[in-house]
Structures are given as C-alpha cells and as structure tokens.
Design a protein around this ligand. Structure first.
Ligand code: CP
Length: 318
C-alpha cells in the first residue's frame, strides 16, 4: 500500500505511512530535520526552500500539535499555507472527498496535509491526485501517524543515539493508537532489538505479536530496565464498548507514577504524543518531571515536518 510513497529514484513522493519504508529513508528524514533544528536557533527562522508553493491543511479531525506544527513548518519554509475549515466547507452539502480534492487541486495547490478518521483516506487521495501534487498523512483512523513517529524517533535519538541497544516500552491504549503502529514500524526499521507493549488485554489488538514486539499485561514487569517509555492516551472516544472498569482503576494498574518508575534507570526518558490525560495514563509529577521529554517532542515536530515537506516536494538534495 505504501509503494506510491516512493518515486523511481527511491525518493519520497508522498508520506503516507512508516510501514514499507526503509532505514535509509528514515535516517535521511532524521538527518534533514537536524539541519532545520540548527536553523531554528538562528534569529531569522525562515528559509526560502518552498517559496511559491501552496500547502493546504485538511484536518477532518481535531488537532492541536500536528496542525499547528505543520503550519509553522510550512511558513518557516516560506510556503503559502491554507488552513481549510472542514466545518464550513461544501462537504456538509454532500460534496465527496475526491470532488473537494479536485477543486482544491484546480486552485494550483502543491501539497495536502490530511488528517482523517477513516483508515487509508490519505492513501486514497494520493491515488487520485495529479502527479505533481503531494499528500502527507497527518493521522488516518487507527492506522498510521508517520510524522509523529519520526518526531518520536528524532527525540529518542537526541537522548539515546544508538538504536541498536535500546529497550523501548509503549504503554496504554495500543488498540486505538495510530501512533503506536507507526512507532513500532519505525523502531523495527531502525533496528531497536527490544520493543515492548504494555496494556490490559482488552487494549491490545489481535496479531500484534506478528509485528515483533513483546506483550506485557503487567506494568512493573514490562517496564523493567527500559531506556524509553512511550505513554499513550486512553482514547475513550473511540471505545464502542466498555473495555475498562473505570479510568480510576486503569490509573491504578497502568498509570505512570514516580513509584512505577522505580524499576527503570535514572536516565530513562518518558514520552507522550499528546494530548495527555493527567491522572488517567500519567501522573503530573512524571509528565512535568526531569525525565519527561514531552514538550521536546512537540518542538521537534516542526523540524521533522519541515524535512518531510521539503523532501516530498523534491526541493532539497538529500
Ligand atoms: N500528537 C498528536 O497528534 O496531537 P494532536 O492530535 O494535537 O495533533
């Protein structure tokens, strides 16, 4: 499904998912982002790489971090940015996704950044768009959130440069998490040997073990000696049936507290893609504590999204 992401020269054309990409591409994204991180420290934050290009943010689901960092990233690359308001668009009058896309394409837009509740929506758009227009997946259903995974890998590499010796635990609502799927693919591709998933049985998707992860239902056992803890939000809005007795009980067994951290080294880092639910999956003392890199993840999202936009539009040699 992801082959349409890569052109005949092996370069990124669209960015739809981590699955199916190779280590070389992921490292190129991380290294390209590094050059934009350095630019961020300069007084003039803008670079003219995408001057004259028009980028449309098409968010069919709510977002704080992803939408705003995509907008900031596009502006720092000197692109023109349009934040399309789905609620006031003609989709409410019955216009189809493809008709809307073709109309926006007729306005000579160069890239669409798409978040959609339906799995595969960005892939579908990439299959129906003009050859010179690019699609970036900003999160599709419960499938993938590839730029989140890349900013997560970037943040991990800042603190733990050697992927080949890492122990990483992903904790929480794996069942509904597109972030978990993209992160697992990225960690595997980058050579992380020990990937653990910790959750109650009801929040673990069937056949997850086929992705090469170790599954734990007990937090203390699963966290033993890990270097990186990736917490996930409990996505109650996606739960169609009662999968947990209560959020209070969930926090008692799976909430990340200072006590739960006693089994990891003092230099282990705590991550969370956001939005965080304090007192549900993570205690405030941990979310705001010295191990937390949660806000670094947000900052790194700008450089990663600059890298992905510049690479897919082919405006920089990498
Ligand atoms: N991490 C993430 O996707 O956050 P938003 O939903 O705020 O974009």
């Amino acid at each position: 499904m992801n082959n349409i992401q890569i052109n005949s020269q092996g370069q990124l054309k669209h960015f739809l998912g981590i699955e199916g990409l190779n280590r070389d591409i992921l490292l190129r994204i991380l290294d390209t982002a590094t050059s934009f991180i350095m630019d961020e420290s300069k007084a003039v934050k803008k670079v003219p790489i995408l001057r004259g290009k028009t980028i449309v943010n098409l968010f069919f689901e709510n977002s704080t971090r992803t939408r705003t960092t995509f907008e900031l990233a596009a502006k720092r690359l000197s692109a023109d940015v349009l934040n399309f308001n789905i609620n006031t668009s003609s989709t409410s009058k019955g216009e189809s996704l493809i008709d809307m896309l073709h109309n926006l394409q007729a306005m000579h837009c160069d890239m669409f950044v798409v978040r959609h509740s339906v799995t595969g929506a960005p892939h579908f758009m990439a299959q129906h768009i003009a050859p010179d227009v690019r699609i970036i997946n900003a999160g599709d259903g419960q499938h993938e959130h590839p730029t989140q995974a890349m900013l997560d890998m970037y943040t991990i590499r800042q603190h733990k440069p050697d992927f080949s010796s890492l122990r990483v635990a992903i904790v929480g609502d794996i069942l509904h998490s597109r972030v978990a799927r993209s992160d697992i693919h990225a960690l595997k591709i980058l050579g992380v040997p020990d990937i653990r998933v910790i959750a109650p049985k009801t929040l673990i998707p069937r056949e997850l073990d086929k992705l090469g992860v170790r599954i734990f239902n007990d937090l203390t056992t699963g966290l033993q000696d890990v270097d990186v803890i990736m917490m996930l939000r409990l996505q109650q809005e996606r739960m169609k049936t009662a999968l947990l007795p209560s959020t209070h009980e969930y926090f008692n067994y799976y909430g990340l507290t200072e006590k739960a951290l006693l089994v990891v080294d003092s230099d282990a880092i705590v991550m969370h893609p956001g939005p965080i639910n304090r007192g549900v999956e993570i205690d405030s003392l941990v979310a705001d504590g010295s191990r937390s890199v949660i806000l670094q993840q947000v900052s790194n999202g700008i450089a990663i999204r600059m890298a992905v936009m510049a690479m897919t539009l082919g405006t920089i040699e990498v």
